[in-house]
Design a protein around this ligand. Structure first.
Ligand SMILES: [Zn+2]
Length: 410
């Protein structure tokens, strides 16, 4: 005998499931279902971005502070007078030809010279270059969102693994639905500047603009305002640290480099990257991380860097006691300016509560309000992104929707 009620429920559920799981560029959930890399990287127009693009500098070009940006101008005018009198260094492409600098004493704590992470300027916090938890790894990826990241993010989800994603503002506006996936999957989002140039080469107002518009892009697209950033190439000094700190951005760096980003340049090969991953694990074995845990520079830059991360995940997982997002390692339970989203503590994470607690209500992305990273004022607005609590949570949501619909049919 056919159970008509069950059949109707199934039918209703199928309708809901189909609408949610379509592979297209209409929503974060639909984008996340695309498996063909060519389709993933087909450009699309996202209304929220299209409607606000005039409020940003030109994508992928070095940022300047727009005259029409009253919120940005107001914040910069508060910060500007306190910026230390340290001249810009070199060129935006990293060239240091003709730069004169006391590299012996390193008066500006210029990371690029000796990997200095403890500022010489008083009042500035040290960079985060390690995590407090011994034998653990702060797991993070730079340069996203990459349009072909679904396979990689699917893998992380399959492993119940969260990470910190350092997103480039220009990439966020190019691939907004991919940026939303990080939040939906429970990853932590930090800023990685607007155009990915060498930060110490910028005039101070332009350096501010690089940070400001990357944070603003993330806020526009995901609904959250990051409170952390990582300098491209590690290029930071006390002038840039001052600006970031004044904007409420914690500077996060690394002590180990996988060199995945260098493959194809300067004769760096995949074997070199494997060697660097292996070296990171050797350091663990040798006791380097007995006091504090490690952070290694790895990327969401291209298919090679993402595949390399997948290839090495099992070995990292078995070698390190714990692999956690950097904010989790720091017990930074409120990673954003907005208070409606939190991260688990380290203890919660390693006890199995790996998912950020967030506002799971579905809202329409589109808020164009300006971020206020220097302000501790809470923002109770709903997140633009539906938090994907877990795979079972997703199905529960679908089932609820299906039951609701079936109730209408019955
Ligand atoms: Zn980078």
């Amino acid at each position: 005998m056919v159970d008509l009620r069950a059949f109707k429920l199934f039918t209703a559920f199928a309708v809901v499931a189909t609408s949610v799981f379509a592979q297209n560029h209409s929503s974060e959930q639909s984008e996340a279902q695309i498996t063909d890399p060519n389709q993933e990287c087909t450009t699309y127009s996202y209304p929220t971005v299209a409607q606000n693009i005039a409020n940003f500098p030109t994508i992928w070009q070095p940022a300047t502070l727009l005259a029409s940006d009253s919120a940005g101008q107001a914040l910069w005018s508060k910060i500007a007078s306190g910026v230390p009198n340290i001249p810009p260094k070199g060129q935006l492409n990293g060239s240091t030809i003709n730069v004169t600098y006391d590299s012996v004493n390193d008066p500006d704590c210029w990371w690029t010279i000796h990997q200095c992470t403890t500022p010489k300027l008083t009042g500035l916090p040290s960079d985060v270059a390690s995590i407090p938890e011994p034998k653990s790894m702060g797991y993070a990826f730079d340069d996203g969102p990459n349009c072909t990241h679904n396979a990689f993010y699917n893998y992380l989800s399959s492993q119940n693994q969260k990470a910190t994603m350092f997103y480039i503002g220009s990439n966020v506006l190019d691939w907004p639905l991919e940026a939303q996936r990080a939040l939906a999957d429970g990853h932590e989002i930090c800023a990685h500047t607007w155009s990915h140039r060498y930060m110490t080469a910028f005039a101070s107002q332009d350096a501010f603009a690089e940070l400001w518009y990357s944070v603003k892009a993330i806020k526009l697209v995901t609904g959250v305002t990051p409170t952390c950033w990582r300098p491209p190439y590690g290029d930071v000094d006390d002038r840039i640290r001052y600006i970031a700190n004044a904007m409420g951005l914690q500077t996060i760096i690394w002590k180990f480099d996988s060199n995945d980003w260098r493959v194809g340049t300067n004769n760096i090969t995949a074997a070199d990257v494997d060697a660097d991953y292996g070296l990171f694990i050797s350091n663990l074995t040798a006791g380097t991380f007995n006091g504090v845990g490690g952070i290694m520079l790895t990327h969401e830059l291209n298919n090679f860097t993402m595949q390399e991360a997948v290839n090495w995940y099992p070995q990292l997982k078995s070698a390190f006691s714990h692999m956690v997002p950097i904010g989790v390692a720091l017990n930074k339970t409120q990673p954003y300016v907005e208070t409606n989203y939190s991260l688990p503590t380290f203890q919660q994470y390693i006890s199995g509560q790996i998912t950020a607690v967030g506002n799971a209500s579905t809202t329409t992305p589109g808020a164009s309000q300006s971020p206020s990273p220097s302000s501790a004022t809470s923002n109770k607005k709903s997140s633009a992104v539906t938090i994907r609590v877990s795979s079972s949570g997703t199905w529960w949501t679908l089932l609820s929707a299906g039951m609701l619909l079936s109730g209408l049919l019955l």
